[in-house]
Ligand binder design. Structure first.
Ligand code: AMP
Length: 214
């Protein structure tokens, strides 16, 4: 199955992607995680991307399209994938269409997770992330087993530089201006499935399975 998860920053996209992946045997394709890995490894791409990410801005398409195509061209994506955080602009969505056409595959569904804006700020300020593997937690809603440590790799958890209130406001603005138009783009293609979040992780997960017919 080839699926895109759409949603505002902190809508639960990352968490829902992981839950969905536990049902589908396909890879998680997250451009945000690839960028953070590049930052952690000090690559040229990472250095360039960080300038934008730290300000809550989208990274320019010329940096993103190459990494997305490279990731999607790998063998493990042949059977399917869950795309999280890509595409984020109409230009990226059209580029994705071209990439998939080149590979002779097509999308099965685009799931949009709708969350009331007031919840997003609470979520973001309580979010903690693993700088090594990208796993995310929340100080009250999704606590790690050992306080301050990643369950998966044991690294010290951090607050992401782009998870402050101020930077988050910018990310939300970028989402509304540049990413939200994808909802109509995929609606017109007949691919859009909307899930209205009630903030209960399990319920949202079940709803996603339902709209995907899993
Ligand atoms: P995420 O982890 O998906 O929330 O992404 C974190 C940050 O990485 C975003 O706020 C952007 O600065 C950048 N980013 C990730 N994916 C993309 C993308 N597809 N296009 C542009 N910027 C991106």
């Amino acid at each position: 199955m080839k699926v895109i998860l759409l949603g505002a920053p902190a809508s639960g996209k990352g968490t829902q992607t992981k839950l969905l992946l536990s049902k589908l045997n396909v890879p998680h394709v997250s451009t945000g995680n690839i960028l953070r890995e590049n930052i952690a490894n000090g690559t040229e791409l990472g250095l360039k991307a960080k300038e934008y990410m730290d300000q809550g801005l989208l990274v320019p398409d010329e940096l993103i399209l190459g990494i997305a195509e490279e990731r999607l061209s790998r063998d493990d994506c042949k059977a399917g994938f869950v795309l999280d955080g890509f595409p984020r602009t109409i230009h990226q969505a059209k580029a994705l269409d071209e990439i998939l056409e080149k590979f002779g595959v097509h999308l099965d569904a685009v799931v949009d997770i709708e969350v009331a804006e007031s919840f997003l700020y609470n979520r973001i300020t309580g979010r903690r992330a693993c700088p090594l593997c990208g796993e995310t937690y929340h100080i009250t809603d999704l606590m790690p087993k050992v306080d301050g440590k990643c369950d998966k790799c044991g690294a010290d958890l951090i607050t992401r530089a782009d998870d402050t209130r101020e930077v988050f406001g910018k990310r939300l603005e970028e989402y509304k201006n540049l990413t939200a138009p994808l909802i109509d783009f995929y609606k017109e293609k007949g691919l859009l499935k909307t899930v209205v979040s009630n903030n209960i992780v399990e319920d949202v997960h079940n709803e996603i399975l339902k709209v995907l017919g899993i």
